[in-house]
Design a protein around this ligand. Structure first.
Ligand code: ATP
Ligand code: MG
Length: 403
């Protein structure tokens, strides 16, 4: 039988497991790998202690490798060949793994591990046995234990021995679903999708909330947000998006609040609604894309004045980042080209000519008391629409329309 690279051996950071429930972590990671590879029904995903094995069963490896790079909780992975647990099979498979490995390979070293302690040959004996076999069957190849071109990794496990050359760096972080749920305030801009991505990286499950103001904002603005949420599914599975009709509340703010406080009050209203949604959806924190000092509404005074309306933790993963750092990530995760499409979201539509950069809680509360906003908040909450994005081009709403 021809020996080929027909496995991907997935490693995860053991340090990240400290003090955590290892079993839950591994189960979640396996589930997430399965979801990321759902378009490849032939692959089989198996869990062995400390590793996940992806059996390719004839599937092309490159699209699978691209998808695995997005899965949080993976530290690295390698294409691997599987040998039987005997000396002959291991030697021959290691030679094939070396020969079929692409790239510079004038020098190599063998690095073996014996996770299966009943295997009779110790790693000290295994390394030279395999090394000699490769040297015998190749030309112009030498061993270099310090800086080899290729490290041939040999892992003896109960169900077989896995051999790989080289490794691909994983996304790091923790598997999505191992931390609690968060509510991501998702605008159509550059920042909030990146904030969502970074929160997922720490294992949180993300639901998104978007405020829109039809007819001042159009369907394309909404579609843009759905597309952004859809892109985020690549990193952690389906994303629920709650779309809040904000028009009437925004108009009420516009008509009843002094123009230099409309921005502050509008943000407070968004946060109040998000706070209630967070409780309803049993989420444990709110995430936004604010970065300190980036715009008038993101001064510390402004954050202080807005924050008053909730006791829920607000995570601001971008708070210390420069715009260019954020753009780098947005480009890497593919949200940037969508974020810069020119459709207005609700904030720009009612943007007053000037806003205070140093609002206070006292003034904000005083202005809010001048009018009963509660019925408008209630109305917005009652009319939230939920769509689930699952990474395919069609989301549920579009599917419903088609049926
Ligand atoms: P972004 O690039 O994420 O739009 P921004 O630099 O435009 O951010 P702001 O407009 O001040 O900044 O918004 C700050 C944060 O408030 C956003 O990152 C987002 O989390 C939240 N936000 C703003 N507008 C909306 C909206 N229409 N729906 C939901 N959240 C919003
Ligand atoms: Mg914005």
């Amino acid at each position: 039988m021809e020996i080929k690279y027909d496995h991907l051996l997935v490693r995860f950071g053991e340090l990240a497991l400290k003090g955590r429930n290892r079993n839950e972590f591994e189960k979640k990671l396996k589930e997430n790998v399965r979801h990321a590879l759902k378009e490849h029904p032939s692959v089989k995903i198996k869990r062995t202690y400390g590793r996940i094995m992806v059996e390719l069963h004839g599937e092309q490896e490159s699209p699978i490798i691209e998808k695995l790079k997005n899965v949080f909780g993976i530290s690295s992975f390698s294409l691997a060949m599987k040998a039987e647990n005997n000396e002959e099979s291991i030697k021959e498979t290691a030679l094939q793994a070396f020969l079929q490995h692409e790239g510079k390979k004038s020098t190599f070293k063998i690095e073996s591990r014996r996770a299966y302690k009943d295997f009779p040959i110790s790693t000290r004996d295994l390394n030279p046995l395999i090394g000699t076999h490769i040297l015998k069957n190749t030309e112009n190849v030498t061993v270099d234990v310090h800086q080899p071109d290729v490290e041939v990794s040999v892992e003896v496990r109960e169900q077989g021995t896995y051999i790989s050359c080289g490794r691909v760096e994983g996304a790091g972080g923790l598997p999505v679903g191992t931390s609690a749920k968060v509510m991501l305030m998702l605008s159509g801009g550059i920042d909030s999708p990146v904030a969502g991505y970074l929160t997922m990286k720490r294992g949180a499950t993300v639901e998104a909330v978007h405020f829109h103001s039809p007819p001042y904002t159009n369907e394309r603005a909404r579609k843009k947000v759905e597309d952004l949420a859809n892109l985020l599914t690549a990193f952690g599975g389906p994303v629920r998006l709650h779309i809040v009709p904000f028009t009437n509340l925004q108009k009420a703010i516009h008509e009843n609040i002094h123009s230099n406080y409309t921005m502050t009050i509008m943000r407070r209203m968004m946060l109040r609604i998000t706070d209630r949604l967070t409780a309803e959806r049993r989420a444990k924190a709110i995430v936004n894309g604010e970065s300190l000092g980036q715009v008038a509404s993101q001064t510390l005074e402004s954050m202080h004045a807005i924050n008053e309306v909730t006791t829920c933790p607000i995570l601001r993963p971008l708070v210390t980042m420069d715009k260019l750092e954020v753009i780098d990530i947005a480009e890497k995760i593919g949200t940037y080209p969508i974020s810069i499409l020119p459709y207005d979201d609700c904030c720009t539509v009612f943007l007053p000519p000037e806003s205070v950069t140093k609002p206070t809680r006292e003034k904000a509360s005083r202005f809010e008391k001048a009018f009963d906003f509660e019925p408008f908040i209630e109305e917005a909450l009652q009319n939230i629409e939920m769509v689930t994005l699952d990474g395919s081009n069609k989301n549920e709403k579009e599917m419903d329309d088609l049926l």
